[in-house]
Design a binder for this molecule. Sequence first.
Ligand code: OSB
Ligand code: MG
Length: 375
Amino acid sequence: MLTIRNIELTELHLPLVEPFQISSGIQRVRQVLLVRVEDAEGLSGWGECVAGESPNYSPETVGTAWHMIEKWIAPRLIGAELEEPGQVRPLLEKDFRGHHMAKAGVEMACWALFAEARGLALARLLGGVREKVEVGISIGIQPTPERLVEKVALALQEGYRKIKAKIMPGADLRYVEAVRRELGDGVPLMVDANNAYTLDDLDTLKELDQYGLVMIEQPLAWDDLVRHRELQKQLRTPICLDESITSLERVQDMVTLGAGRIVNIKPGRVGGHASSRLIHDFCASQEIPVWCGGMLESGIGRAHNVALASLQNFRLPGDISPSSRYWKRDIVRPQWTTDGQGRISVPFDRPGLGVEIDHEFVDSLTRRRLLLENS
Ligand code: OSB
Ligand code: MG
């Protein structure tokens, strides 16, 4: 048994090595919200809340998550006596609606704490089996199709096993066409629209269908399964849902409706590791492939994603690129690296997250910090 003694929030600003543009906005600096939970013995577990600066991906932001954790989540958890990490999710779900990213930041920190306390790798605690996870890259919207072709060619050289190109109206068909023309049909290419289309764009989306894409991620509105079903009926390319999948129930609805055929699991979006595991297991039973998405995480969130992606049914390469793809210097040691062939080793041989936090560097980037404990 383990008792939660306090929870500490840290917001730091980490500049990206290059701007990252998606259909709904451009990002140059990642506002990272770190969560540290401490137990009565003085052991710590770290998590990362993946909410962004603005509500352009989900309704949550760093500001709303900070508020929710300070006012609601921490008071409920501090003093709680836990037998196992699976108890955190029901505690945070009871009568608190939504705010999955805020909940997940804390829930995942508790999983890391349990892994530390038991001297187990987080991946082991989660039930992971893969020694290495396959990695893909998510490439932001480029100024020209030629620039995208260059980026894709470089990514292939670097060994990435799945290439995701962000698209939006006006930066779609010509971009995909250029990659196929210059680099061929063998490139494991997919696109992600982050909700930029409606069924009025059916002609464009049907044209995309000709390029043999591995999948089309979240073309329509973030909370809309019904129209994704209409679209999937008219496309051969599998639709992969990202924003729309906020829980196991939404995945079940996706299957019932036929709204998509592949699921992107981001633990932050679905409320944490317990929820991710339920979705993973359900998808395995339905023979639906899942892969681990990314939210431009620092090395701490990345540690959680790597551990989760080591579960059996993560059959497709994740958006889990090495540290250097995002940051000049990451906030963990060692930095996350690939083996040069598009795989990251899962640190099964180290307890907890498997990386050390670079506290000095974190402190130098910190904008605000708050220790929450019961008075
Ligand atoms: O839709 O998957 C997305 C980043 C921010 C917001 C949404 C998304 C993304 C990515 C980044 O695609 C993937 C990564 O972390 O490498
Ligand atoms: Mg996406």
